[in-house]
Design a binder for this molecule. Structure first.
Ligand code: TPP
Ligand code: MG
Length: 347
């Protein structure tokens, strides 16, 4: 397949677009299959606590992950399995967190989507409702004070989170300080069971950006190519010193709030509207249309990823659970999350 594309002598731009799109699609597919596996493990009673999925939001999330550099800062939320993988998280670490392995990023002490590696610029989630924006602002401030330039910080948000004080305060702060913040807002039509009509009355959430003096970008969140272009432009703008960028993507959450929620409140008309398109299928149609992949490639990739996930789950299930006597406890974090030395840890 690759050879066919190369034989046609495409421009460098086309090759770059193809490579980025294929990479993003692979992260989307991995995320979807990982989510499906977590849902199955949850139903089988193998996962304690909730399972929170990103079905329908993978294109947007993958676009964020592939647009960032490893030296950037990223605070993913509930629906960002694709973005996490694209930013460098391994399937194994995601599985470890869900199954409570002591070898996981949180050493089995925190579950599901609450995982990250702050020393690698990738923050564990506090809350889905705007709490991470000020954390990213803080990281960007820290870099500015250390004289580190060219770093972008990204985090995500839902439509419901725009009603919180945390969103307002942090976006305003980022604007006043002209921080290189990229805020990805997934307007997925519901905050748990609350529809957007009960959440805000402006025509479009992108309209809110003007009130903060922030650049706004709108995108169809079901369309991978559009997400890559728009998120890429927003990240580029922030990196070029143009201040905070708000990306508003319209789409539909194609799952419950969590696996415990059957989402029977979702309006069937929305499911049948363009917002209800499955971004994974839209991306596959694009790959086939562009001749970047064919049906056999898609089937092979699915099969390979299923194998990778099954192997990771089997390995992780043999790993030990946490032992509280092994921990060095700090007031707000466990020592492994910080760069403190032993001497500092006790204070
Ligand atoms: C302060 C606070 N209130 C309530 C919750 C429970 N909660 C978590 S996510 C959520 C809905 C979020 O909706 P939205 O921002 O639209 O994001 P989506 O779930 O649609 O991705 C709620 C009510 C919480 N985590 N924190
Ligand atoms: Mg929502």
């Amino acid at each position: 397949m690759l050879q066919t594309v190369l034989d046609a002598k495409p421009s460098e731009e086309t090759i770059a677009a193809r490579d980025t799109t294929l990479a993003a699609y692979h992260f989307m597919l991995r995320a979807r299959q990982l989510d499906d596996k977590f849902a199955a493990l949850y139903r089988a009673g193998k996962i304690h606590g909730g399972v929170f999925l990103g079905r329908g939001q993978e294109a947007l999330s993958a676009a964020v992950g592939v647009s960032l550099k490893k030296t950037d800062v990223f605070a993913p939320l509930i629906r960002d399995a694709a973005g996490r993988l694209a930013f460098g998280e391994t399937i194994e670490d995601a599985v470890r967190n869900y199954l409570g392995s002591a070898l996981g990023p949180m050493r089995g002490r925190d579950g599901n989507v609450h995982r990250g590696k702050p020393l690698e610029g990738y923050f564990p989630m506090i809350s889905h409702l705007g709490a991470m924006i000020s954390v990213v602002n803080g990281a960007l401030f820290a870099r500015r004070m250390k004289g580190i330039t060219g770093t972008v910080g990204a985090t995500c948000l839902g439509d419901g989170a725009t009603s919180t004080g945390a969103f307002h305060e942090a976006l305003n702060q980022a604007a006043v300080e002209q921080l290189p913040l990229v805020l990805i807002l997934a307007d997925n039509q519901y905050a748990y069971s609350t529809p957007t009509s009960r959440q805000f009355v402006c025509a479009d959430l992108a309209d809110k950006a003007a009130g903060y003096g922030v650049a706004a970008h709108s995108v169809d969140g079901t369309d991978l190519a559009a997400c890559l272009k728009t998120v890429g432009a927003a990240v580029g703008g922030a990196r070029a010193g143009e201040g905070p960028q708000l990306v508003v993507a319209k789409l539909l959450r194609l799952c419950g709030h969590g696996e415990h929620d059957d989402s029977n409140y979702v309006d069937p008309k929305l499911k049948n509207s363009p917002l209800g398109r499955d971004c994974l299928k839209v991306a596959e149609e694009l790959l086939v249309r562009e001749k970047w992949a064919d049906a056999a490639d898609l089937a092979r990739w699915r099969h390979e990823i299923t194998g990778e996930i099954e192997e990771a789950v089997a390995r992780v299930r043999r790993e030990p659970a946490p032992d509280p006597y092994d921990e060095k406890w700090l007031a707000i974090s466990s020592q492994h999350l910080t760069d403190l030395h032993d001497d500092d840890a006790g204070s």
